[in-house]
Design a protein around this ligand. Structure first.
Ligand SMILES: [Zn+2]
Length: 98
């Protein structure tokens, strides 16, 4: 929610349109009838933060957010750690057998 910089009234979104798949333009009007200042702005999707879980999902056109790369690296690291722990468990079980 935004507030009017002139009077502090609540800005109400009046119109909104997509100019691009990832870019939306908005017009806001102050809800104070005496003021009724209006403002324009935009909302933009700038990066993909985590991949879609949908099977056969279309790849994103957006760049990957820093969190995206970090999440993938963390997932790979945890999988590697889990594999090492299983290997360790296997070797301990093998030792215990003898
Ligand atoms: Zn206002």
């Amino acid at each position: 929610m935004f507030n009017c910089e002139a009077c502090g009234g609540v800005l109400i979104k009046r119109t909104s349109y997509l100019s691009h798949q990832h870019l939306r333009h908005d017009t806001y009007v102050c809800d104070n009838p005496v003021c009724s200042a209006s403002y324009t702005g935009h909302t933009e999707l700038t990066a993909i933060a985590s991949p879609s879980g949908m099977p056969n999902a279309r790849p994103s056109d957006l760049p990957e957010a820093p969190a995206y790369t970090r999440n993938l690296a963390l997932k790979a690291y945890r999988e590697a750690q889990a594999d090492q722990q299983l290997d360790l468990l296997d070797s301990q079980l093998a030792t215990a057998d003898h």
